[in-house]
Design a protein around this ligand. Sequence first.
Ligand code: HEC
Length: 703
Amino acid sequence: MRRAIGMAALGGACLIALAGFVTPRGPADVTSERLLNADNEPGAWMTSGRTYSEQRFSPLDRINASNVKDLGLAWSFQLATNRGVETTPIVVDGVMYVTSSWSLVYALDARTGHLLWTYDPHVAREVGFHACCDVVNRGVAVWKGRVYVAALDGRLIALDAATGQPVWSVQTTDPAKPYTITMAPRIVHGHVMVGNSGSEYGVRGYVSAYDADDGKLIWRFYAVPGDPSKGFENHAMEMAAKTWTGNWWKFGGGGSPWDAMAYDPETNLLFFGTGNGLPWDEKARSPGGGDNLFLSSIVAVDADTGEYRWHYQTTPGESWDFDSTQNLVLADLPIAGRDRKVIMQANKNGFFYVIDRATGKLISAEPFVPVTWAKGVDMATGRPIEIGDPRYKTAPATIFPSSFGAHNWQPMSFDPQTRLVYIPAQEIPGEYGTDDKFAYRPGQWNTAVDWDLNTLPEDPKARAAMRNSIRGELVAWDPATNKEIWRAPQKGPWNGGVLSTAGGLVFQGSADGHLAAYDARTGRKLWSSETYAATLAGPVTYTVGEDQYVAVGAGFGSVFYLVAGFAAPELGNPDNGRILVYKLGGTATLPHPNLTRVEMPRPPAQFAKPAEIAAGHSLFNHYCLVCHGYNAIGGGVIPDLRYSPLIGSEPGFEAVVLGGALKDHGMVSFASQLKPDDAQAIRAYVISEAHAGYAEAHPAAGR
Ligand code: HEC
């Protein structure tokens, strides 16, 4: 098999040239030859990271440091969404394929933005309840005239690239379990590779490979072992099971590989990153300890068979939601006088890993932001050297980084010209403690950590200080020497994915509604444009005719603004999901959004006593915080409960929270977990937060 690929790679360029002459290609006619020789078609962006090495670097240089100041909007396309936009556009043969929230797919003319077709998989909105991190989608894969999308509800769907009509659809997950999918599939040798999400809720994560022709399952690799009494799927699971204790399989164990993949044609290895444990707290998950393979790991399998080849676990005995799903990048680097073929990751846990991609052996691991849970990684064992009691065994622990990660799904980029990686990094502390009352709740948020610790200080000054203490920055990092080369600070955390180009530029969007270009060598900001929406997705660049374009998805959403509304920039208008495309001399303008701030209405009178409000606060933290935010402060993605007229109405609130009146909008009933008194206690708590917010906005009126 491997030899055949090598030959295909050699012959690829001339085959393409011939094919180009003989028969004009249909849309999205992407093949192994084209993907393996992606550098021969620098004007296209045929897979999520542009090439199998997932560097998100483009050889295009028509837009460069000297002319980027003339970059202007060429066109924009309004997506049908008011939730997060995380799509990486795929562009091939003049057509752009993007996705929006709820897994909608659009085919657009890459030059004009004209809509060619759209496809809506009609995901049932209650599925959104199991999407920890917003109902987003990170894009499609294309192959031989078809477009592949993994829908939020676990379906993998093949569409006709010419029409958007479905060709086949398979359910890749058990719909009775709280699985979701947000990642872009990848295609190797005609196998569509896809993982899944859901480790906060109760799943056993895995990667599957499906036949691109007919959707037949080719192989599946589980991230964690199942019930040992039922036997193991393979030797790797048997090995992994030795690192677990207790009855983890009853809940699933987690480990869902929900985003990163890369492929190395030379070794035929497919790499993927695995997710956090279920529950987060190791003491609840694997009471006798153990590393819990393959949680929080980078795993290499044979791309054709899914057979285990190697793994490197970044966070043994994961206890902080430190998944290892941040994008994986392959590069060939001179390190300490040797040419090394490496795989790299800027991990959620704060360490930058450089690993030999053929063997899985660690080459280096150094922190790229302040890290307080470990003082380094022991190069002999490859294990982190923990400081103090970061596992909150004896007391709650505040550590850097947090579950938001020092780096999250927003992809970094590697520029082979500067030999630097550009990391969308952030500094956000996390407070962890054991939830003594934890009991597994089917289909619910099952982290076993004490969410009552995630309460903001009441004093407005202390709250502002906390808001100001969390940071975001773009870090240029030399992976060969583990040195920071430059660092561009940003207004806040949770900024966009990165693109680097041969034009000496690094493009990145930001949470405060901008797309900017930086000098790749110095970090000097050379250009910036207002996007009027959080711009978090990975940008891409491509050509049509003589023009080079830069494209990015923009749209408010994503987990940070569900949970941490207190730190969200005020951008107003939630109806803002767009694809934005720029070129030199572009003169299009963005429809100006409605940025008028909605005033918080005067809150209803408090009806409850302090003890009931306190009980409501705790219930809120355990059931509602994950979507409605710390201290009920909305981040602009879904309704801010403090503004809701329903908090003034006992039956109205109950109809939504227990009656499921808004279930078709993603707000399911909590009737099986909460009693009417509980719902009223939560309502009382939200009213108290509304009063606090109102007083802050109207200081003269007092409280
Ligand atoms: C998985 C995410 C999620 C969780 C968890 C969640 N909600 Fe919601 N909630 C939503 C979404 C999405 C909406 C908006 C529905 C719509 O668009 O109408 C919503 C809307 C609401 C509304 C209506 C607000 C309005 O004015 O329209 C209320 C009230 C509400 N939620 C209360 C709660 C309470 C109380 C809890 C905890 C017991 C909770 N929610 C947990 C996602 C969630």
